[in-house]
Design a protein around this ligand. Structure first.
Ligand SMILES: Cc1cc2nc3c(=O)[nH]c(=O)nc-3n(C[C@H](O)[C@H](O)[C@H](O)COP(=O)(O)O)c2cc1C
Length: 201
């Protein structure tokens, strides 16, 4: 097990991983990252998250096919016109087998019986972010993906989600096949305003 890193190093090195090695990921590691996810805030502390941990190669492959189907039915062309060629190639690789090649896929759901629909997604994404950061702390690759949720019915069926649980994201977890560089992000001074919008930082 590798040493956890400084919080700011973890935040500043988090990347979306879409290619993974075959090296297995233990249940202990999965439990550590899921536990971190459960420390997230949620509306009224309803904790509506549901995690379905998929290791079964047949189900992972079916989830991969579903993702490719969603990608092929419009998302690819939309993305091609918006992304840089390098990023498009990365996302394309992920949507056509890279993401589902991870040894573990976590289908993250939101339980509508616990939480008002208006704040359900907002109560799940902080948990997903905690999950991604915890994975990175352990040098495990991950990514937040929503593409498979486009084909909601098929996704729910694959992992037997009941009607009251909405699929919100699918997160691959695995050891990175290759290191990714640092993330490219806009500097704070271009995003922050002092007192009023338009006053530079
Ligand atoms: C709401 C949301 C949905 C996303 N859906 C997908 C997805 O379906 N497939 C995918 O490969 N990446 C997806 N991503 C990952 C983004 O592409 C990624 O976070 C962004 O490009 C930054 O990547 P980086 O951290 O490696 O720089 C999603 C991210 C968010 C926040």
């Amino acid at each position: 097990m590798t040493e956890p890193r400084d919080f700011f190093d973890i935040v500043r090195s988090l990347r979306a991983h879409r290619v993974f090695s075959d090296r297995p990921v233990s249940d202990d590691i999965i439990e550590r990252v899921l536990e971190a996810a459960t420390y997230a805030p949620s509306a009224e502390n309803t904790q509506p998250w549901v995690f379905v941990v998929v290791r079964d190669p047949a189900v992972r492959s079916a989830l991969g096919e579903l993702t490719t189907r969603a990608w092929d039915s419009g998302a690819r062309e939309y993305a091609r016109s918006r992304l840089s060629p390098a990023m498009f190639a990365d996302v394309d690789r992920g949507a056509t087998g890279g993401v589902s090649g991870a040894p573990v896929l976590v289908v993250v759901g939101g339980d509508r019986t616990h939480c008002n629909d208006a704040v359900l997604d907002a109560s799940i994404y902080p948990a997903v972010q905690n999950l991604l950061l915890a994975a990175n702390a352990l040098r495990l690759g991950s990514a937040l993906t929503t593409l498979p949720t486009v084909l909601d019915g098929a996704l729910r069926e694959l992992v037997s989600l009941p009607d009251h649980v909405r699929a919100v994201a699918v997160v691959p977890l695995g050891w990175p096949a290759r290191p990714l560089g640092p993330p490219r992000r806009t500097p704070v001074r271009e995003k922050a305003h002092r007192e009023r919008y338009g006053n530079s930082w």
